[in-house]
Design a protein around this ligand. Sequence first.
Ligand SMILES: Cc1cc2nc3c(=O)[nH]c(=O)nc-3n(C[C@H](O)[C@H](O)[C@H](O)COP(=O)(O)OP(=O)(O)OC[C@H]3O[C@@H](n4cnc5c(N)ncnc54)[C@H](O)[C@@H]3O)c2cc1C
Length: 423
Amino acid sequence: MARKSIRAWPCAVRYVRPVSTPRTASVVGGGPAGLIAAEVLARAGVTVTAYDRMPSPARKFLLAGHGGLNLTHTEDRDGFLARYGDSAERLAPMLDVFGPADLRDWCAGLGEQTFVGSSGRVFPRSFRATPLVRAWLARLADLGVRIERRTRWTGWTDDGLSLTGVDGQETEVLSDVTVFALGGASWPRLGSDGGWVGPFADRGVTVAPLRPANVGLRVGWSDTFADRFEGTPLKHVELTVRGRPGVQGDAMVTRAGIEGGPVYAIGAAARDALDADGRCVLQVDLRPALTVDQLAERLQRRRPKDSTSNWLRRTLGLDPVGIALLRESGASALPTDPREMAALVKEVPVVVVATMPIEKAISTAGGIAWSEVDDALMVRRLPGTFVAGEMLDWEAPTGGYLLQASFSTGVVAAHGALAWLER
Ligand SMILES: Cc1cc2nc3c(=O)[nH]c(=O)nc-3n(C[C@H](O)[C@H](O)[C@H](O)COP(=O)(O)OP(=O)(O)OC[C@H]3O[C@@H](n4cnc5c(N)ncnc54)[C@H](O)[C@@H]3O)c2cc1C
């Protein structure tokens, strides 16, 4: 993809042109996409009210911080964009408006310096989201943003938004512009449950079905395998689906299947295969650093008294879970021929029967189709209505790409809203 920087502002959050007349905005959804949109709008002097159905905003962002908040990534621009697959072209200008360096600056402005981990991933120094969210909410309050909690958006009235408070009371809210950032449908207990799909679809907006992304895969392990290896990592393996590029890393055997970074990274390919064929065969390369020839050569050194396990452990350094996976792969008797065994070690077939449910997914694929929004993220058939974050139809692997796109789209939607107010 050609590099073209269209950076129009030193920082698209801090440098915002004030609106010329008093204006009001509703931001519906208080995750990272909604809150950054609220910040931009408030900095322009717009009176902003944000609504969230939960007792406190940004719950998923806070949870993301539990395992070490991976905010963004330092990968080069082309590599970064490639993570968004088919959505890369639409997201590219938005990442130019508010990209990884901007996100890091913005964090520093809230007192949270960031650092780059060994894999190029970016984390806040504290590793957590709590200090960042605390400082951010204080800043939003200073900017005059009002956050209405326990307030659920349920649809539209003739002139405005229909919101239901904790008392079940329905109220109509009128504002000059609206930004929706209601998230996907993963981890619904944190707030985003995909309940927005119906009202948007009723208005004729095309929404691609919400599906689990960055999620574990379900495998019908034998009881013996699951009992012995649940919670055991398959270290330094490479996973491939349907001839797509393999992904290396550590995967984790769970009671019901397999989880972990490389599993999430091949998740979309696994989903496609499951859709097409009802099943998906995951190929696990237990020794990605060696070729079949190299493995076969090592396997020639079998001693006469070696059991199969000893042979594999001694010549290839396979650990018990790797050896059990070979047995689990369906071969009643493992090959004794070195070349046949080498081929199996490079491509252990694991039959995936389903993805884990969306409730357990880290993120959501699907959402409002790109064709429904203009470059400023305004819904074409709903003038004055903008959308951002995981509500849009994009997906990306873990590694900071999810939060980055949520922030970037939030900033762009807010700038779009400001331009629309000043049109
Ligand atoms: C366990 C876990 C770990 C993660 N770790 C990372 C990570 O390290 N790095 C990374 O990049 N990404 C990570 N993510 C993904 C990241 O958190 C999301 O991509 C991001 O939060 C999406 O932002 P959003 O603003 O679009 O939606 P959300 O954060 O989901 O926010 C949407 C908000 O809308 C509110 N809402 C929903 N419906 C309504 C309604 N009808 N009325 C009113 N309010 C409503 C919700 O309560 C919620 O507060 C993680 C996700 C999970 C689940």
